[in-house]
Write a new protein. Structure first.
Ligand SMILES: [Zn+2]
Length: 458
């Protein structure tokens, strides 16, 4: 009975300590940070606007900015990720087998009956389950999340800093598991055979709540979020935001450089918490044109309500998933329930089976999930090109992303594994846009260069 008190104290302690530790790490900024870009945009020779501008040649000029060695590393990193998906699934299934056949889940259920409320006890079971799985998968998590990231030169953290983030992540997942299982089992106990339908409704509601609170309560546990630093870049980004109907107070930057040197930006939150965040790597490693292009892409997600649309899409997928899981759950528990000590769907000891079946379902649905997200990403790309009108900045950012995403996949590979357009597709789309807006660069539609005064930008 004692250990659960200790666990809760650890979780609460970790949550309280984490934000102050994070805040302490964020102070080392170069002077003038975020005011002017530290990098100048350099358009490669084959992509310079002119009467004989050619989309394919311009695309190739950008791709050729990377050396064969850089391409090889990028391909190896990304392709290794395909296998990591498979091994992660198998590792997870092995753990579920241990929990069920070893009757660990049944024993954990018996030892977490701390109150006379069965659904709340299921929540306590969820905390124990989250900790158990996190500890058993720790070696694999260290390899994929720390060793491999350092091997490819993408990570910036020491092991102790990484491990603290891991602990905070575990604390968050323990708290979320407590709430999720409490609510889910309260429902499962009441609804009988239709549990899969109610499960999807509750699952979707929980997902929406987590999305809404994440930027306010979860993301700040790992990084420091602040309004954009005063300066030239801030005014350009906020001007772009105003032009697209986005309030300035919904644009933030955060110190991702404490974990990684990847450039990135994102849209997070739901409803009133919706916001756009760009990371400090983007501010320090891209030109003004590149920063504008990336931010315009994120504004596309915001303006096109992609978060809301993805909830609807994933809601449908969740209903199908729950239906498949319920079908398999019934058969497996009828066959092995006695050996596992699992009596039915209202029994929290069956939770590892539900998780394992969902893992298999989403593994098989990988191309569906990725294509759904990739389609939205492509829409945001087009929105961003039109809004920022910075095809070269966007192409250069796409090349930077090649550090962790293979540039030129085959069509099947792209369909299965890509949740964003490939670097090739993005550069090509940007160069296509440029080819059709050569007048912006002082080139007339007849292919004649006109005097610089007539052009709106260099
Ligand atoms: Zn995006």
């Amino acid at each position: 009975m004692r250990w659960h008190v200790l666990t809760f104290a650890l979780i609460v302690g970790a949550i309280c300590i984490a934000p102050s530790a994070v805040a302490g790490a964020a102070n080392a900024r170069p002077a003038g940070f975020g005011q002017v870009a530290q990098v100048k945009l350099q358009v490669p020779e084959g992509a310079v606007a002119g009467p004989d501008f050619n989309v394919d040649r311009a695309t190739r000029a950008y791709l050729d900015l990377l050396t064969p060695e850089q391409r090889r590393r990028s391909d190896a990193y990304f392709e290794g990720g395909y296998w990591i998906r498979l091994w992660t699934l198998l590792y997870g299934l092995a753990i579920a087998a241990v929990l069920l056949f070893g009757r660990v889940a049944a024993r954990l259920r018996d030892r977490t009956r701390w109150t006379r409320f069965p659904a709340l006890n299921a929540g306590f079971f969820g905390v124990g389950y989250a900790i158990f799985v996190a500890v058993l998968t720790l070696p694999w998590t260290i390899y994929t999340g720390f060793i491999r990231e350092h091997h490819y030169g993408l990570a910036t953290q020491t092991f102790s800093a990484w491990f603290r983030d891991w602990g905070v992540g575990l604390a968050v997942s323990a708290v979320l598991s407590l709430i999720a299982l409490w609510v889910l089992y309260a429902v499962f106990r009441r609804v009988g055979q239709s549990w899969w339908l109610w499960g999807s409704v509750v699952g979707l509601m929980l997902l929406a709540v987590v999305m809404a609170v994440a930027p306010v309560y979860i993301a700040p546990l790992f990084n420091n979020y602040q309004p954009l630093p005063q300066g030239h870049i801030r005014s350009r980004i906020l001007s772009l935001a105003r032009a697209n109907g986005i309030p300035a107070e919904n644009v933030y930057w955060f110190d991702a450089s404490r974990q990684t040197n990847r450039i990135s930006a994102n849209v997070s939150g739901l409803g009133p918490t919706t916001r756009i965040s760009l990371n400090d790597n983007l501010l320090t490693r891209q030109s003004e044109e590149g920063i504008e292009a990336v931010m315009a892409h994120e504004m596309g997600h915001y303006v096109l309500h992609h978060a809301f649309r993805l909830i609807i899409d994933f809601g449908l997928l969740l209903v199908i998933g729950f239906a498949c899981v319920a079908w398999a759950f019934r058969r497996l528990v009828a066959r092995f329930g006695g050996r596992w000590g699992v009596s039915g769907v209202a029994d929290p000891a069956g939770w590892p089976l539900i998780v394992a079946l969902f893992a298999v379902f989403f593994f098989l649905m990988t191309p569906m999930v990725n294509t759904t997200i990739r389609t939205a990403e492509q829409e945001a790309d087009y929105f961003g090109l039109n809004a920022a009108q910075q095809p070269d900045g966007f192409a250069m950012a796409a090349i930077s992303l090649a550090e962790y995403r293979k540039l030129e996949p085959g069509p099947v590979e792209r369909f299965i594994f890509y949740d964003h357009p490939s670097g090739y597709d993005r550069v090509h789309a940007a160069m296509q846009w440029k080819a059709e807006h050569l007048a912006n660069y002082g080139v007339t539609s007849e292919g004649q260069a006109v005097s610089p005064e007539a052009g709106s930008s260099p």
